[in-house]
Design a protein around this ligand. Sequence first.
Ligand code: FES
Ligand code: FE
Length: 360
Amino acid sequence: MATRLNVTSEPCNRVDNETPALGASWHAVLTSDELGDEPVRVELLGEPWMLARLDGDVVAFHDRCPHRNAPLSIGTICGTQLQCAYHGWMFDADGACTEIPSLGPDATIPSRAAARRAGGVAEAYGLVWISPETPLFDLPAFDEWDDDSFDNARNEPRETPASVGQLIDNFLDATHLRTVHAGTFGVDDGGYLPPSEIVRDGWSAHTTFEVQYKNFDDPLVETGEHPLVQPQRLYKEIAGPTTAVVRLYHPMTDKTVSFLFACSPTNNDSTRVFKLMSRNDLTDPAAQLPALLDFEDRVLDEDLVVLEAYDDMAVNTELRDEVSVRSDRLSVAYRRILAELVAHRSSRETALDSTMAPAS
Ligand code: FES
Ligand code: FE
């Protein structure tokens, strides 16, 4: 007999790293290099997941064997199949059980003897992505990564107690640059941020700010032909609840530096931050990129000093609880999107099959 449950109990004004409404979104969890020939366990939204390459295809199963809950991540890859380490049940790339050794070769496999697959798994931009449930929207677009006129680099993934909501909110914000980033690129220009239009597009939103920036990367600064402080067109995009795209366009050099920030909500104590950089201003990428990546680590360090000092890492989506001003309109849009994700989930009915596999 099937039991139907209404999922309506989730609080709607606070989003943290274990908020179930984030489950229908893409999250980067590993670099492609980190997923080799062995299964890998990751934690996402406080739940364990197993990733593996089965005959080249990346699969993601909940890290619990349907038989007796052994972690599938300690299993063995056998070509196109994964074998559980405990009793040897075999699973194909769809999660279907193909063999139960104790039943013999001609056994009928119970249909419920299946590993629970993620709603989506993908590999893009050198990262492995999971959506625990069927994703509500596409993978974030970061076209520069596959553009031959751009050079790519990635900082080492960082672990932080700051939440994904805090981090994405920070990456979208353009009014902390002169204060938090005074030690790197911030300009003490008084802080005025001209109004910019927020464009909402489904579960995404973006805007372009006009700011001032210390352009250490412009070679004409050293010769005195260009000033160090230059205008910058700063495009910021909410690309899902845990991903942001940021593009820095410098009119004086006609060059672009783009970032993809993908934050993996591990659990309420930890977030994993992937920071990808793609830029078309380099003359000798191999020589220049190490120092540029080091600079980007220092920029992230500056943000984390503030974010990790919070005593509550959740993002409050009740707009009346915080004081927002005109220059915060993109982060207000972010809070609205988070609140809408929570409301979308809360309005659904989830059917759960409460029957157990028949005893053998
Ligand atoms: Fe996996 Fe028994 S727990 S086969
Ligand atoms: Fe910042």
